[in-house]
Design a protein around this ligand. Sequence first.
Ligand SMILES: Nc1nc2c(c(=O)[nH]1)N[C@H]1C(S)=C(S)[C@@H](COP(=O)(O)O)O[C@H]1N2
Ligand SMILES: [Mo]
Length: 256
Amino acid sequence: MSEILMPRRQWIARAGGLVATLPFLSACDAINEAPAVRKILSMGEEMNRASQRTLMDRDALAREFTRTDLSPYFRPNGTRLPAGAAYAAHAAAGFTDWRIKVTGLVARPLSLSMADIRAMSQRTQITRHDCVEGWSAIGQWTGVPLGHILAAAGVRDSARYIVFRCADRLGDALYYESCDMIDARHPQTIMAWALNDAVLPIANGAPLRLRLERQLGYKHAKYVEGIEAVASLEGIGAGKGGYWEDRIDYEWYAGI
Ligand SMILES: Nc1nc2c(c(=O)[nH]1)N[C@H]1C(S)=C(S)[C@@H](COP(=O)(O)O)O[C@H]1N2
Ligand SMILES: [Mo]
């Protein structure tokens, strides 16, 4: 089974009815290549996006662990060091001039420093990170609930998604991700600046990265410099809501 199919399997588990008409689906890698089936799968994802609220309890908490469960080393993945002089200068200055812009459908656009972020009320949680590539790690994260930031900015009712803009270029574009408002306001969805009681290492997304605990690892945007409230994902990249979603068909909703 290819790693790309892993989130698909979860989708299959949730969309039993549709999949029953495609009995060969779970076994075969080649099926992913067939345009007709891709089309059906992406229709299914639309359906899933619309009905996820009724299919599962979106507000449920991800499992939290204890200190004895912590992984000795939290493996980094994807970008480990954003390229370029600008990021290097920020890192050399301890990210004192880093700003997180909160824009889009908000009453009060914000430009937050890391000091501003750390001055807000914090949450600490020990959770398991699951990467689609087949590894997991347990870490303790401290940060500001995204909901606090959105409340401070006065996010409008017309906002349906939050888009995360990252500082690292991967191939042809800067990394980006998005989530809906249910996940944005989930109590464990935090903008984290500390890992295991230490300032977030560069490899893990310094100075600020998203923790989106009910979803797979690729959703957890690192090196975040922009938080944007939007009504639609159209016009964000190729429109599927994330860097990998737009490139290799990873699912937008990667629930775990
Ligand atoms: N900006 C950015 N965010 C990213 C990535 C990336 O390459 N760039 N990789 C993603 C993937 S696939 C995973 S598994 C996690 C890895 O987080 P870690 O480096 O702390 O393990 O970050 C996610 N967020
Ligand atoms: Mo990942």
